[in-house]
Ligand binder design. Structure first.
Ligand SMILES: *[C@@H]1O[C@H](CO)[C@@H](O)[C@H](O)[C@H]1NC(C)=O
Length: 157
């Protein structure tokens, strides 16, 4: 086989294996934002019921939130990382949503969020959708923190 043919096959294989990818536009996330009490999600949307994610604390401020579990045939649809530091301790919130807008048709199987905060605690909640559905909206909170780091993995089929 000639080199151009081999290269073309590689591109085709990579495209097929990788489909469908989370496009950037499939995933919405807010900045890691300081909140005052009247800006908290629960005050802005008092009608929304928060469902706590499973929470495992590995050490002070090192927390993993999960919902659902991997199944054979699912795949990673979102991998998102963000971090922020503040000059003084603040209460922060982050809101994420998959998909950002119109449905991708992906049924969600598992959500994992790794959090590192200088505060001793954090909260992880589903505010909409979740496992077995085609949408998930997730709220992360941490009170009195100087820095906040998280990485989100969402799987589905
Ligand atoms: C953060 O503080 C608010 C307001 O005092 C409280 O409602 C909320 O439960 C706290 N969140 C965490 C994760 O401790």
């Amino acid at each position: 086989m000639s080199l151009p043919v081999i290269l073309m096959l590689c591109v085709v294989t990579a495209t097929v294996l990788g489909q469908p990818h989370a496009r950037a536009s499939d995933f919405y996330y807010s900045d890691i934002s300081p909140v005052t009490d009247d800006k908290r999600f629960t005050n802005l949307y008092p009608e929304v019921e928060l469902s706590e994610m499973n929470k495992v604390k590995h050490s002070k401020g090192n927390i993993v939130f999960t919902s659902g579990e991997r199944i054979s045939g699912d795949r990673l649809v979102v991998n998102h990382y963000d971090d922020e530091s503040f000059a003084t301790a603040v209460d922060i919130e982050v809101l994420m949503r998959y998909p950002a807008e119109s449905s991708t048709g992906v049924t969600l199987t598992c959500i994992e969020i790794y959090v590192d905060t200088t505060a001793s605690d954090a909260g992880g909640y589903l505010t909409r959708g979740g496992i077995g559905e085609t949408i998930a909206e997730i709220l992360l909170t941490s009170n009195g923190t100087r820095s906040f780091v998280y990485e989100t993995f969402i799987y589905g089929y």
